[in-house]
Design a protein around this ligand. Sequence first.
Ligand SMILES: C[S@@+](CC[C@H](N)C(=O)[O-])C[C@H]1O[C@@H](n2cnc3c(N)ncnc32)[C@H](O)[C@@H]1O
Length: 291
Amino acid sequence: MTTSRPSNSTLSAPELPTPTPPLSSSLPPPVPGLSSADSAPAVASSSAAPAPLSKTKRDRQAHNEVFNRGNYHGYYGFRTDCVPDARLQLLEPALFEGRNVLDLGCNAGKLSIETLVHLGARRVVGLDIDPVLIAQSEAARVAAGLADDARLSFVEADFLPPGFFDSAPARALLPPGERFETILLLSITKWLHLHAGDDGLLVLFHALAGLLPPGGALVVEPQEWANYKSAARKAKDLRPVFAAIKMRPDFEPYLGQEGGECGEGAGLVLERKIERDEGGFSRPLCVWRKE
Ligand SMILES: C[S@@+](CC[C@H](N)C(=O)[O-])C[C@H]1O[C@@H](n2cnc3c(N)ncnc32)[C@H](O)[C@@H]1O
């Protein structure tokens, strides 16, 4: 886990996605419980040798594999330019005021910064796997006049491997004795699920529930199941896990008390579900509370 220093990128200049080196070195370990049959590609293969790909197709394939974490570099240019973000405006201010907030998959830092500046969070930590996005977050922090503000930190980290939140660097994200009271898990579950499978996502849900004190909240904006297929079609590395997935968004039994065929629930209580549609996709905001 490393922190990056500012780059010249800013949030206000939407740019086309810029490829970065592949992130495969930081992939989580293989998903336990996947047999070789589970690993069969979801897309049928022909016995004939495949025709060579054109340069355009090769470029597109390489692009899809570099961005197979949802690590888009111009995300807020094509998603929303509302300030604060439309999703944050729908949530209770009490989820943020005076609280320590963890923004998982913070991308270019927009929501982390808005949570601090507009919603009065006490401290905000943004984590992202992509170093370019952490550099963009640092640049956005400077642009927001928060360069030396100790209440805000951006950290490059892959939080998906089991045990991450028990590690010494993760424990050092907050001053001793403090805990995260609100965790944002927005527009990222699809990517986590496609990399770690059911087992890995369930382990993460339990870890996040364990991080929260009583009264703490996990805000989840799950991507809908229909979106997974195109992600797996574009990036062949994701197909074996995709083919084995049984859990479905919105993950209600798995975040809640009930559990299901894939395992025990994380024991949170669904306090509020805000149905939303964005660009034709169902994107609910689910507020899960630790009792
Ligand atoms: C589609 S973006 C969503 C950004 C932001 N949460 C929002 O909703 O506006 C998903 C982000 O999660 C990050 N990400 C995906 N997998 C991750 C992982 N295992 N650890 C840390 N960050 C991850 C990606 O790099 C990307 O910036």
